[in-house]
Design a protein around this ligand. Sequence first.
Ligand SMILES: Cc1ncc(COP(=O)(O)O)c(C=O)c1O
Ligand SMILES: Nc1c(O)cccc1C(=O)C[C@H](N)C(=O)O
Length: 430
Amino acid sequence: MSDASLREEAGRLDAADGLAKIRDRFTLDETVYLDGNSLGALPATVAPRLRDVIEREWGSLRIRSWDESGWWTAPERIGDRIGALIGAAPGQVVAGDSTSVNVFKAVVAAVRMAGEDRTEILVDAATFPTDGYLAESAARMTGRTVRPVAAGAMADAMGDRTAVALVNHVDYRTGRLHDLPGTTAAAHAAGALVVWDLCHSAGALPVGLDAHGVDLAVGCSYKYLNGGPGAPAYLYVRRDLQSRFDSPLPGWNSHADPFGMSSDYLPADGAVRGRVGTPDILSLLALDAALDVWDGVDIADVRAKSLALTDFFLACVERYVPAGRVTSVTPAPHEHRGSQVALRCDDAGEVMRRLTERGVVGDYRRPDVLRFGFTPLYTRFADAERAAQVLADVLREVDEEAGAKPGPEVVEAGAEAGAPSGHDAGEGNR
Ligand SMILES: Cc1ncc(COP(=O)(O)O)c(C=O)c1O
Ligand SMILES: Nc1c(O)cccc1C(=O)C[C@H](N)C(=O)O
């Protein structure tokens, strides 16, 4: 297809897009924002809600708001709203703490449920680092060992010594979608449990926690759920496991009678058992407001648009970018793809810096990956086309400059690819 026909195609796809109007629920400008897999955009409902929470609920009602404004029960109420997006019936998800903290709770609790003879914890070998660090610590604390296994090989690696497998549903670097139903079933066949990290799938595709019998799951709410920077994470504990969920962080908020102030710990029933201390109310209620953007949205439509967007972006990249200059590390088959496209590219850090300067914001993962996240609620097909066009322009420019330099400096430019501009901070590079 010619450049003009790809632009026309983008226009046709946007005109036919049933989710196009949802973009109006966000505060956006003309930047092509493809970093919603790191920090989702701001929903328009958040600022007015927070203003009310601060001025009326906190400013005027003060302590009464714990009951009268529903602050005390916000973690479960908001947990249920998240649950609706990840296929969990009410009463199984609690919002709060960070993903890291919830990974720790889930893995230790799973080890305790699995029993003494289950001595190993399997961890997705390409995991987002925090999960690996926490699994190591959980293993040291519980006298277990950690074995890294590729997520795709997890099902075959489970055995009678496996206590729990900790797996990322979508790989943060490549965007590969792992087999949640198959891996969960294999764990159960081996008598083990699975903890899924849903950071890169929740809000981007149907997860089906209950339908697939998942044991435990965690995730953040600041990516495709648009909860805001540092927004509370969540923990799912399947209903029939809740009575055996023995939290390694049994704070007073998970006590059956928190205001009894007893010195003996008696865990609450239900999802509340996953709580620890006083919830972060301002962040929780920002997330609550952010979840309003989902009203009337079907996650199946979100998935369909996500795949159409990433397909279209890949087609535009293939058309505009010189052959071989970038390589997609995101699987082509839909059943293995999350909602991002990751392109391996020489000088990736410098390329992303220039893309960001020109209003196309993705991010860069060292040493050589450009990540482009597609949030179907607000990303347009025209954004995908423009991003590919600007990427091609930037690559041409970078290559022309490199070609114009004398030999030794070209070598040095290549060597710098792992650490562009000396660091990887700044919008687009976190
Ligand atoms: C898969 C995955 N797990 C965990 C985290 C981070 O956890 P936390 O919210 O504790 O920073 C991220 C991203 O930051 C992630 O991509
Ligand atoms: N949580 C983040 C943060 O506090 C600062 C910058 C980036 C993040 C991220 O979420 C990174 C992200 N999990 C990733 O997939 O790389």
